[in-house]
Design a protein around this ligand. Sequence first.
Ligand code: C5P
Length: 238
Amino acid sequence: MEKRQELYAGKAKSVYTTDDPDLLVLQFRDDTSAFDGKKKEALARKGLVNNVFNAFIMERLEDAGIPTHFEKRLSSTESLVKKMEMIPVECVVRNIAAGGLVKRLGVEEGMTLTPPTFELFLKNDEKGDPMINESLAETFGWAKPEQLAKMKDLTFKVNHVLKQLFTEGGMLLVDYKLEFGIFNGQIVLGDEFSPDGCRLWDANTREKMDKDRFRQGLGGVIEAYEEVGRRIGINFPA
Ligand code: C5P
């Protein structure tokens, strides 16, 4: 497998073509951003930590029968993934109220959500990733109803697998965002799963162990990501 030219550079990852038209290289960079790119900083080791973290989670999800774009980890900061046609819709599940939900509805942070909520957002930085729904997604052609149904089903399957994994590590999976694409006509989980795209709290102290540490300027961002990883059995390279 040969890494070729850069196809796209996002806020935290870059994507490269390979000599196989069905495969891409994802490079996890140290760049960290929040508030639609308004807050930016490079955090040492973040690319490595998120790449190793994501590989571990994607393998667990595959083991549980959830199709993902992940093929294998190539280096400390690179992974090989399937080239998909991305669906520009972000799926968010919340088990506990925090972040955007608290802001929007004025509910108390930390409230347990029964049943967990499911929300859709349009992946569009310029418009600030606005909240959408199934009707808007269908009308504007962002995703078909049957694709949205599958995405919802898979997003909740991920909740089942990961809630258990993080609970065993003494943490609460508060919420997370997933992105999907189409590969060979099948809906497949894409992007990454790392503490950049979810909220994780210590189960006893409710200390934040995710990107909110960066958003809120709490410090110890990568130390917290590595602690999350260690608690679920990840050995990070030096
Ligand atoms: O900001 P909000 O509370 O709606 O985010 C819900 C979850 O989705 C959080 O875990 C957040 O990190 C994640 N998210 C993300 N990328 C976005 C929007 C939200 O990873 N563009």
